[in-house]
Design a protein around this ligand. Structure first.
Ligand code: ADP
Ligand code: MG
Length: 269
């Protein structure tokens, strides 16, 4: 998907960004914890195009979170490097943002205040109220702006975290199993909405998951990280938007195809 300058006027383009390109280039990334720890990542190479939605799938302990932390600049790899938008990642940046399973909201602030936190840290006061209103509308929380976050459901809290993440107009969103604590219906609604929002904003999205159906629901491409820290499968997901729901036969076929492939290459299905 191409970032457009002429999209919805209510959603301003990335004014503060140094570059509109948010492709991700992971080259030879190798990692182990501690001095003599076993290898967690072994020479991971992965190219992600700007605007692409990629699922990074693998069993628990396969190194998915480690790789995401390295991409975000929160962890330094033992070897190799990551480039985002052509710039080598050395530390976290406002151009990308990571979202976790726990929404980490401030309980003494309401929905709008939590949403505006990133803008406040970035010193973006002018236009902040309008931006907060826009992103809350985008995540379907416009009616709850004044609500105390403690009174929200888990799914609604995750929506606030999502609104906060996109308020500062990052080009890349890194999601580490952000829906795994939610019930199935809430999870499905969020999966659909996050895909729609990423497309609307032209975001590059890397989604860590251990759930094949989640990958098929949300991603344009699914990459398998197998034990030993190697990418052993890299598959496009070519479903139409209309088929991205569990009742579709093509959806089920795609889930089966990936499960079969993953059980063959990694004993995972
Ligand atoms: P995943 O997200 O795929 O479940 P992780 O990246 O969290 O996998 O972990 C990969 C491996 O690295 C696991 O064996 C885990 O126990 C180990 N590990 C993760 N974080 C640390 C850490 N801070 N210190 C030591 N070992 C760790
Ligand atoms: Mg993890």
């Amino acid at each position: 998907m191409v970032k457009s300058d002429s999209t919805d006027a209510r959603l301003p383009r990335r004014s503060g960004a140094t570059t509109a390109r948010t492709d991700v280039s992971i080259r030879g990334v190798t990692h182990a914890y501690g001095h003599a720890g076993p290898p967690v990542l072994s020479g991971v190479d992965l190219e992600i195009a700007s605007g692409e939605i990629v699922a990074l799938i693998g069993r628990s302990g396969s190194g998915k979170s480690t790789l995401l932390h390295i991409v975000a600049g929160l962890l330094k790899p033992k070897d190799g490097a990551v480039w985002i938008g052509g710039q080598r990642v050395q530390k976290p940046s406002a151009d990308w943002v990571m979202m976790f399973q726990s929404p980490s909201l401030f309980p003494w602030m309401n929905v709008a205040q939590n949403t505006g936190l990133g803008l406040r840290y970035a010193g973006q006061r002018a236009g902040a109220a309008a931006r907060i209103a826009e992103v809350l509308a985008l995540v379907d929380l416009a009616a709850l702006a004044d609500r105390n976050v403690q009174d929200l459901s888990g799914g609604q809290q995750q929506r606030v975290a999502l609104a906060r993440s996109i308020a500062t107009e990052p080009g890349l969103l890194l999601l580490d199993e952000p829906f795994s604590a939610l019930d199935i219906f809430t999870r499905r609604a969020l999966q659909n909405d996050v895909r729609r929002i990423a497309q609307t904003l032209g975001l590059t999205l890397v989604l860590v998951t251990h759930d094949v159906a989640e990958a098929v629901q949300m991603a344009d491409r699914s990459v398998l990280l197998a034990e030993g820290g190697r990418i052993t499968a890299d598959t496009p997901i070519t479903l139409t938007e209309a088929d991205r729901h569990t009742h579709s036969r093509d959806f089920q076929k795609e889930v089966t195809r990936l499960r079969t492939l993953y059980s063959e290459v990694a004993g995972m299905g």
